[in-house]
Design a protein around this ligand. Structure first.
Ligand code: ADP
Length: 234
């Protein structure tokens, strides 16, 4: 699903300052893997996530997403690829405040050119799949943080993307809501969806089948708990 080789991302915030946010990252993620990325603040996690999410292009190295080399794509093609292949979940939920859960979840389907009736049907199904079917007509302020994040997960999966990227998805949630959201991720991984999430919390990372640690732009450890899609403990 993800094939990254010798990825460097270098920023030049001023003519005499060079920041190497990524220093030669090489990693492959198989379909159906659930991967947690951990590392101290400033280690390059968000930069790596932005490259994997095709929101940013590396300075050097190669990246294939589901077999497609993304380095060669135009902005339009990149945005199509993101729409088809990737669902994003953010720490702050990022729902549109004045829209109902249903309309929030239906929105990515509009960009995908799906007609209104089908959009609403599919959004309702996605909301039901995260246990939010009875709340679909509520706006975000009428929902708890955990419920808002479940809506955001529904929005991320409504286009049926093979890859789900989550940046600190439980960072704003209490323990109970964290468990709810992680249980949904477990279910999605069991269905064969690839999940990559950034977290600071050991409890959250333990739910993933694989933990990548990065420090100073390099992978410092890569531990697999179970073979992808098998579920057997190694
Ligand atoms: P993390 O997500 O692990 O906290 P980041 O990927 O945000 O780390 O940042 C990695 C490094 O790259 C840090 O040293 C950060 O200051 C630097 N960095 C990130 N974005 C930029 C940018 N747009 N311009 C300059 N430096 C940046």
């Amino acid at each position: 699903m993800i094939d990254v080789r010798e990825l460097w991302r270098t920023y030049q915030p001023a003519p005499d300052i060079t920041v190497h946010a990524l220093r030669g990252i090489t990693v492959t993620v198989m379909p159906g893997e659930f991967v947690a990325i951990m590392g101290p603040s400033g280690s390059g996690k968000s930069t790596l996530m932005n490259v994997i999410g095709a929101l940013d292009v590396a300075t050097s190295g190669t990246y294939h997403l589901d077999g497609t080399p993304i380095d060669a794509l135009s902005e339009d093609d990149l945005s199509d690829l993101r729409n088809q292949k990737i669902g994003f979940v953010f720490q702050a939920f990022n729902l549109v405040p004045r829209m109902t859960a249903l309309d929030n979840v239906a929105m990515p389907l509009m960009y995908a050119g799906v007609g209104r009736r089908e959009r609403l049907d599919r959004a309702a199904d996605a909301l039901a799949s995260v246990g939010m079917g009875s709340r679909m007509h509520h706006v975000p302020t009428e929902l708890s943080g955990g419920q808002q994040q479940r809506v955001a997960v529904a929005r991320a999966i409504v286009t049926d993307p093979p890859l789900l990227l989550a940046d600190e998805p439980t960072g704003n949630l209490d323990t109970h809501s964290t468990d709810d959201v992680l249980a949904i991720f477990d279910g999605l991984a069991a269905q064969g969806r690839t999940i990559v999430l950034i977290t600071h919390e050991d409890d959250v990372a333990r739910r993933a089948g694989r933990i990548l640690r990065i420090d100073d732009g390099r992978i410092t450890s890569d531990r697999r708990r179970r073979a992808p899609g098998v579920g057997a403990h190694v």
